[in-house]
Design a protein around this ligand. Structure first.
Ligand code: ATP
Length: 361
């Protein structure tokens, strides 16, 4: 077996990022001991808003280099409301990592976990299983830190859509839809845009349909963002892979998380051609930090995405097996009611969920 010891850069960050990361590392220890066939060599790296407050640096160049040299990055959450850069913007090294490491594909699975109530009463909601693929290096976010305020009269941010990134993004979307087909999903990719109003989006959609030609076995559809906001609430079970621009993806993925129990259940992966960062979709949650109430499920499912990606990339099937086991253990603890987290009206916090998942492994 090749490449079976993986170097993982671990960035706990701020607030509940640290809490869910500690829980996740304990679960990963139990999982690797159980499955065998690969090892995770973790190194914790400091960074985030509190680190910025204490040292004047949010995330050092040395640590950026370590992330670039690692096989994968596992990330908790960074940011704190009242700690800001002098220009008033948030401390968000995760956004810098996305751009610097070329992580164009933001993978946000939205899957109903058995036993976790969804926001919709319709019984079909238990079948929600889609992925929002958010382009993560350009779109409206290309303007981050570069917007122009003209006097106190006018402000401008500019959207950037490039052919090179869009082609890679859509190929990723189609490959993902194809892979999901092997586990019974319909093989459907839907591009979401506002091409009826903006040229940049018409360009985006055109490239989507160009790339679709290479995947005749899949269905390629398009949807306007406003209609998607409606349909994601009205009939989310009809979608499979949804691929969209950065800002639209940011918004839709929170909506998606709301459908399946909240931020504590929504994992994510930011993937490029050479690197990937795995983190829960949620932030540092200052309102519950330090209370032990944070739900580690999104972090655990993000670690499962990491194991699956490592296994696929390096041909180490034990990693894919570990990913399936971890996801299965998470599903079981909720399905049989072993845990009920505070968002669901229960009292099981971070440690209780982690213990139950380890027991279910
Ligand atoms: P960011 O902008 O950094 O993504 P945010 O300010 O949008 O973060 P979050 O930190 O994600 O917000 O928190 C949003 C809400 O969801 C808060 O009320 C928080 O308590 C809740 N929340 C987030 N993550 C979890 C979790 N893992 N478990 C329980 N509740 C959570």
């Amino acid at each position: 077996m090749k490449n079976s010891a993986f170097r993982i850069a671990v960035l706990p960050g701020d607030g509940i990022g640290v809490e869910v990361m500690d829980a996740c590392l304990a679960v990963l220890d139990a999982l690797t001991a159980k499955v065998g066939g690969f090892a995770l060599l973790t190194e914790r790296l400091p960074g985030g808003a509190l680190h910025y407050r204490d040292t004047g640096t949010a995330f050092s160049e040395e640590n950026f280099d370590k992330c670039a040299r690692a096989d994968a990055v596992l990330f908790g959450a960074m940011g704190w409301p009242d700690i800001r850069y002098p220009d008033g913007t948030e401390i968000a090294p995760q956004l810098d990592l996305r751009v610097r490491m070329g992580l164009y594909a933001g993978v946000r699975p939205i899957r109903a976990i058995p036993g976790v109530p969804t926001a919709l009463a319709d019984p079909r909601a238990s079948g929600i299983d889609l992925v929002i693929l958010r382009e993560s290096t350009e779109g409206m976010f290309a303007s981050r830190g570069k917007g122009v305020i003209d006097g106190d009269r006018e402000a401008r941010d500019t959207q950037v859509i490039t052919r090179a990134t869009s082609e890679r993004l859509f190929d990723f979307a189609f490959r993902l839809a194809d892979r999901r087909r092997t586990r019974g999903r319909p093989g459907l990719a839907t591009v979401v845009d506002k091409s009826n109003v903006f040229r940049s989006f018409a360009f985006f959609r055109k490239i989507f349909h160009e790339r679709a030609q290479a995947f005749p076995q899949l269905q390629a559809r398009h949807h306007y963002i406003d209609a998607m906001a409606l349909d994601l609430v009205r009939r989310p079970w009809d979608f499979d892979v949804i691929v969209t621009e950065n800002l639209f993806g940011d918004i839709l993925s929170d909506l998606g998380a709301g459908l399946i129990g909240g931020m504590g259940f929504a994992p994510s992966a930011d993937v490029g051609d050479d690197h990937a960062v795995f983190q829960p979709s949620h932030g540092s949650a200052p309102d519950i930090a330090g209370t032990g109430k944070a739900n580690p499920t999104a972090m655990l499912l993000s670690a499962a995405l990491m194991l699956d990606w490592l296994g696929e990339r390096h041909g180490v099937t034990a990693c894919n097996e570990a990913a399936r086991r971890l996801e299965g253990a998470v599903d079981r603890v909720f399905a049989d009611g072993r845990v009920r987290t505070p968002e669901l009206g229960g009292t099981d916090g971070t440690a209780a969920v982690a213990h139950a998942v380890v027991a279910a492994l």
